[in-house]
Write a protein that binds this ligand. Structure first.
Ligand SMILES: *Cc1c(COP(=O)(O)O)cnc(C)c1O
Length: 388
């Protein structure tokens, strides 16, 4: 089955739900057993049988089944947020005295978790150059238990050589975990490239409508049990309505992403030709670090990318961004709507300093008509120039 057909069919069981096309929202805490024998039978299969709302309802299981199918994984675990998917996956494989290799361009809150939480539990983190590739082997220590990847990097969009890094991790006996939020399994399936665990902020493209928080962890068969156990021990659970929104979003993920890709690329090319723009950070454009790897490994580029402006003042950038008509300012991305946000990558790096001096801006290309978005940016540049 091709991916688009899987997206439509996976995790749907009309025969179990009165013929209803979508798996309904099952609200539950208590789920009844018919007999003591049924309870005993369930308890003999801890990951399959035991029924309790915290462990999920048929709505949760439908979402987990769908994501495992799309990621080509063994099984998935739904999480209440993308960050909880990241932290649960890390907790699953790390203990005091262990060492973690973390990509330097990682999502800020993932870095904060390493610094403020893992450190307290005696886990040491070394940040590595996102473009290190097979050279990661030299950073491996005897106690390195996890290599964490995110490609492209948050804010700076370097594309990593995932197969090379995952292979080096495996050779050294470490588990590789990749944050696959940007590409989603539609454009890149980490497990097909040697990664052990794929995590996603499904909040972004999977939900796709800016109306729910959701995370997913998908693993190979070999490493599923520690992930599942960790999620059970700490008690994470996802509300069934949010699982439903994840499933609902998933059905159109592929068509939405194609449009995000096209519009993102249209905007990125237009921006690259603007005199105000020093750099465009878009994996599908040749001057993005790691572009040739993106070309080799990814099937598309979604709608999130960055630009670096020439040396404009904070006030000038505010004049531009405050007045945008179609591009909202706010955290998160992956919804149907366009967003624009100023950021500072320099404050988030230690292994590979960020050398750009101009203001850095992240753009999410939504599903609006690209001409309107370009018009909006054009007027924004007029305000930028007028204020400087
Ligand atoms: C947003 C994001 C997360 C966190 O997801 P939440 O659902 O907001 O917790 C993790 N990784 C990346 C790359 C993200 O962009």
């Amino acid at each position: 089955m091709k991916k688009d057909t899987t997206i439509v069919n996976t995790g749907r069981h009309p025969e179990d739900n009165h013929g209803v096309v979508n798996t309904p929202v099952y609200h539950a805490s208590t789920i009844l057993y018919p007999s003591i024998a049924a309870i005993e039978e369930a308890e003999s299969k801890p990951f399959e049988g035991t029924r309790y709302g915290r462990r999920g309802t048929p709505t949760t299981f439908a979402l987990e089944e769908a994501m495992a199918a799309l990621e080509n994984g063994y099984r998935s675990v739904a999480m209440p947020s993308g960050l909880s998917a990241v932290t649960t996956a890390l907790f699953a494989f790390l203990k005091g005295g262990d060492h973690l290799l973390m990509v330097d361009s990682v999502y800020g809150p993932t870095r904060r978790f390493c610094e403020r939480m893992l450190r307290r539990y005696g886990v040491e983190t070394t940040y590595y150059d996102p473009l290190i590739g097979a050279g990661i082997a030299e950073l491996m220590q005897p106690n390195t238990k996890v290599v964490f990847l995110e490609s492209p990097g948050s804010l700076t969009f370097e594309v990593q050589d995932v197969p090379a890094i995952a292979a080096a991790a495996r050779a050294a006996g470490a588990v590789s975990i990749m944050d696959n939020t940007w590409a989603t399994p539609v454009f890149f399936a980490p497990l097909d490239h040697g990664v052990d665990v794929s995590v996603q902020a499904a909040t972004k493209y999977v939900v796709g409508h800016a109306d729910a928080m959701l995370g997913m962890i998908t693993t190979t068969k070999e490493v599923f049990i520690p992930v599942k156990r960790t999620s059970m021990y700490v008690g994470t659970t996802v509300a069934p309505d949010d699982c439903y929104l994840g499933l609902r979003g998933l059905r159109t993920l592929s068509v939405r992403l194609k449009r995000h890709h096209e519009t993102g690329l249209t905007l990125a090319r237009w921006l690259a030709a603007r005199p105000e723009v020093a750099r465009v950070l878009h994996p599908a454009l040749p001057d993005c670090p790691g572009h040739e790897i993106w070309h080799r490994d990814f099937a598309g580029a979604s709608g999130l990318f960055g630009i670096v402006l020439d040396d404009y003042s904070k006030e000038a950038v505010a004049a531009m961004l405050d007045g945008m008509e179609h591009m909202g300012m706010g955290y998160s991305w992956g919804g149907f709507e366009s967003l624009i946000l100023a950021n500072d990558p320099a404050g988030h790096r230690t292994a590979t300093p960020w050398s750009e001096t101009g203001p850095s801006i992240r753009i999410h290309a939504g599903l609006e008509d690209p001409d309107d978005l370009i018009g909006d940016l054009e007027k924004g540049f007029e305000r930028l120039n007028a204020a400087s």
